[in-house]
Ligand binder design. Structure first.
Ligand SMILES: NC(=O)c1ccc[n+]([C@@H]2O[C@H](COP(=O)([O-])OP(=O)(O)OC[C@H]3O[C@@H](n4cnc5c(N)ncnc54)[C@H](OP(=O)(O)O)[C@@H]3O)[C@@H](O)[C@H]2O)c1
Length: 286
């Protein structure tokens, strides 16, 4: 794919979070990369300008992510590191233990963001998980706290029970799953929306004729058009890539814009809320 620009043109701009920290407007997703492949991709990503790296206990790659970060030659405090814990840790003490274990595996002494990976309502302990995160924040051990795959009703419950609003909710989000309702609620509450599977993973979205048409006109790749769609709406996408050229391509989305007509054309791709993975179903989440 020939594109106008595959090199990042400067530092990734940042957005403010509720509890005072800032987050880069685009990051690297690390699932399903593991071991040396993961370490190599993370190191290269940091060297070519990524400053947000997303991992999780579930991905089994925190050690490799940590090695990639440490060997990239960029000071730790310039990199926003986020991880997540599983349902076994949904208690105040469980979250503290999960946090200490993530720090140890990553080889860092704090995280920029720690998240509850899925609400797992069948277990009904996500409020306790949230209380554990609030405690870490109050103790100054973590810079920001968040959730992932929480629906508006889950958010309302944790906020009602603690009075503390998450900095971030990381949800499945791409133009064909535009998640308009949760995004409206996030905006009202001041929660930043992070987008997982932002370029559609294996959904065929990158080959959608409407997306390809826009990409051809702008002389960008379909992935770049999709990522620009996120950043232009203050959504923080975390595309995963292992190919160095794709890593460079994906971060090079801050020097062009989609027009209002492009955004309207992409809005027509939305297949509605029911197409997203439902975190109330017992089979979804860990
Ligand atoms: N919170 C959650 O529950 C949750 C769930 C799923 C994912 N996530 C996070 O979100 C991240 C991203 O989501 P995702 O990995 O599902 O999907 P994605 O980022 O939308 O898509 C990744 C796929 O796109 C390919 N790709 C990357 N850049 C490309 C480019 N420029 N051109 C063509 N293909 C390209 C990658 O190929 P290669 O693999 O060959 O490089 C990979 O197959 C994950 O890594 C993970 O950190 C979170």
């Amino acid at each position: 794919m020939t594109t106008e620009s595959t090199k990042a043109t400067g530092p990734v701009p940042r957005l403010g979070l509720l509890h005072g920290h800032t987050i880069p407007r685009l990051g690297l997703g690390t699932w399903p990369m593991v071991d040396d492949d993961c370490e190599t991709a993370v190191r290269y990503a940091v060297q070519c300008g990524y400053r947000l790296i997303d991992t999780a206990f579930q991905y089994g790659n925190e050690e490799a992510v940590g090695r990639g970060i440490r060997t990239a030659g960029v000071p730790r405090d310039e990199i926003f590191v986020s991880s997540k814990f599983n349902k076994e840790s949904h208690s105040v003490d469980g979250v503290r233990r999960a946090y200490d274990e993530s720090l140890r595996r990553l080889g860092v002494d704090y995280l920029d963001l720690f998240m509850c990976h899925w609400p797992v309502p069948a277990q009904d302990r996500y409020v306790d998980a949230w209380k554990g995160l609030v405690k870490l924040l109050e103790e100054g051990r973590v810079k920001a706290i968040g959730v992932s795959n929480f629906k508006p009703a889950h958010l309302r419950r944790i906020i009602d029970e603690t009075g503390v609003v998450p900095d971030v909710n990381q949800i499945q989000l791409s133009p064909d799953l535009a998640r308009l309702y949760p995004r409206t609620i996030h905006r009202q509450l001041g929660i930043l929306t992070e987008s997982w599977s932002p370029i559609g993973r294996e959904s065929g979205l990158r080959g959608n004729p409407g997306v390809v048409d826009i990409a051809d006109r702008l002389r960008r790749s379909p992935a770049q058009v999709l990522l620009r769609w996120h950043v232009q709406q203050d959504l923080v996408p975390i595309p995963q890539a292992s190919d160095p050229l794709w890593l460079e391509e994906n971060i090079s989305v801050f020097d062009f814009s989609l027009t209002a007509e492009d955004m309207e054309a992409m809005a027509r791709l939305d297949s509605g809320e029911t197409a997203a993975r439902d975190s109330d179903l017992p089979e979804n989440g860990h």
